[in-house]
Design a protein. Sequence first.
Length: 256
Amino acid sequence: MRHTTRLLLLSSLLLSAGLTAHCQEHHAVILSDTVPQQIIYHTGYTVSYNADTHTPNWVSWELSKERASATTVSRSGNDFLPDPQADDGMDTRHYSHSGYQRGHMCPAADNKMSETAMRESFYLTNICPQDGVLNEGLWNELEQRCRYLAKKHGSLTIVCGPVFGADFERIGQKGIGVPQAFFKAVLGPGNELIGFIMPNAPEDPEKDIFSYAVPVDRIEELTGIDLFPELPDSIEDKAEKSFDKQFWEIRNWKKK
């Protein structure tokens, strides 16, 4: 999908397989000029941070088979921290007594390849106010499915973030924006694409993660973000309008 925007990111995501083996990947996200953002690069992800909502606009990372399988470190003992590269004075107390959990966009479990990557995944620039049932339920399940598919197919490129409407709740002294939903777009081998949009609310017990699956075009319409524009137009236009149920194994993940 094309928007009248300028290119704000052609990022280099630095991936570590554990020690010194690094792989550099390039991909682009296009965001409207009117949206506040600060691009911040970390070991395991790149974030477009919004100092007005005090949340990311989007977070992107490459999930390789090796990274999805890593067990070098655990999340135990890590606390949520201000991002030293952000300049808006955020700290974790602004989430206190809000009724929302601190929800990772790039999951801690995708950053087990090094202590640095794990610590940085707890930076508040990677966090949004998230309904606890969603955070611990279908959102977590979707993260697990991505790791499974990365192990099977070799690598996925993931972009995710919050969805805000015209009016939204704010919490804490900083006025942190509470997303009305969350999106996740996943690019697999062979330019296979799938998207998800999940409301920031307790999940419907009758629904599974693929009840929220959508073509990536739908995410672009809702957020104004142009995802994966580096794909050739002939591939992008087709891939963003539908998704391959067989490739993403949708039938295998349906609730019994």
